[in-house]
Write a protein that binds this ligand. Structure first.
Ligand code: DAH
Length: 334
């Protein structure tokens, strides 16, 4: 067969062989078999010298064109196979979180909420959630708060214009009711969340702030459990020198009701002996009746405290408004 007649079938064979190489070593092997010292294509080029002189230029040109084509095909196939070789061998879960946040950090209120939640989880509490737009039943009635109670006044509570009088929850206690309505006892939950009150903003007030509610319902639950749990968590979050004091108080949803005062080195530094930090008490039997729990069988305690207060104590902040201004000079310090 003449040299030129061999060229086309060899080209077709070579292109097929390059395409058939499924990894880089196979491709290098194919390259050698075609273009190496003993390669088929090299052999063809060697035959060039045997042609009559006048046929050599045209044949040489044809062979070089095919050679260039094969080299391009080889380079393309090589980059395809290199790409394939660089892909992960194992399936990859691209939704996994990164090891580090790429930019920014968590807001100090989020950081302290996470720490409080962690401290409660250690002693067996789960996190529950409820709506910020509430109704009067869950925010007040079911919590045994009478219709004429001042907290329900439109001077204190944000009511939304509507016949059913929805409102912005004034405390996370509404979630106690929602949780008890939706599951049987025993219950051990905390509820971090945003609450709203019609206050003007000043150094210690803001119309929206954050609370953590706690609810523990089981048989034979005592005030001793309440004190021990709250004390363990405050020590965990704010340090071992924390001291708590429980004073009698009144809430419509607990009986007895107590207020918790707090002190540590920082409180002393602020020139105070004690700071009011939380409300708590034993769940009122009427509240159990309202959610369909038998108060002869079940006992429980509940508490609620403000997250901003605790963050201010931890970080020595004296103006609550700093938390909401999103000034990076403030936020970068945490
Ligand atoms: N809801 C109260 C408040 O916003 C705090 C509170 C007091 C929560 C007593 C409770 C409780 O669960 O038992 O000031």
């Amino acid at each position: 067969m003449s040299l030129l007649a061999q060229l086309d079938p060899l080209k077709a064979e070579a292109l097929a062989a390059l395409a058939a190489a499924t990894d880089l070593p196979a491709l290098e092997h194919t390259k050698g078999a075609l273009l190496g010292g003993d390669g088929k294509f090299t052999a063809l080029m060697k035959q060039l010298g045997t042609l009559p002189k006048e046929e050599r230029p045209a044949a040489g040109k044809a062979i070089n064109a095919v050679k260039a084509e094969l080299e391009t095909a080889l380079a393309n196939r090589r980059s395809e196979l290199e790409f394939k070789a660089a892909l992960p061998k194992e399936p990859t879960d691209w939704t996994l979180p990164g090891r580090r946040r790429a930019v920014g950090k968590l807001h100090p209120l989020t950081q302290i909420t996470d720490d409080i939640v962690k401290a409660f989880r250690k002693v067996g509490f789960a996190v529950a959630d409820g709506p910020e737009i509430e109704d009067e039943y869950h925010c007040f009635d079911a919590l045994n708060t009478p219709a004429d109670h001042p907290a329900r006044d439109s001077q204190d509570t944000f009511y939304l214009a509507s016949d059913k009088r929805p409102l912005l929850r004034t405390h996370t206690s509404s979630v106690q009711i929602r949780v008890m309505q939706s599951q049987p006892p025993p219950i051990r939950i905390i509820v971090p969340g945003r609450v709203y009150r019609r206050d003007n903003a000043d150094a210690t007030h803001n119309p929206t702030f954050h609370q953590i509610e706690g609810l523990y319902v089981d048989r034979n639950v005592t005030v001793g459990d309440l004190k021990g749990t709250v004390e363990a968590v405050f020590k965990d979050v704010l340090g071992g020198d924390v001291k708590l004091r429980f004073r009698p108080h009144y809430f419509s949803y607990t009986e007895p009701s107590l207020e918790i005062d707090f002190t540590n080195a920082l409180v002393k530094k602020l020139g105070k002996d004690w700071l009011e930090i939380a409300g708590c008490g034993m769940v009122h039997p009427q509240v159990f009746e309202n959610v369909g729990y038998d108060p002869e069988v079940w006992t429980g305690w509940a508490f609620g405290f403000g997250i901003e207060r605790i963050a201010m104590l931890r970080y020595g902040i004296t103006d609550i408004r700093l938390f909401y201004e999103n000034d990076v000079r403030f936020l970068r310090q945490f």
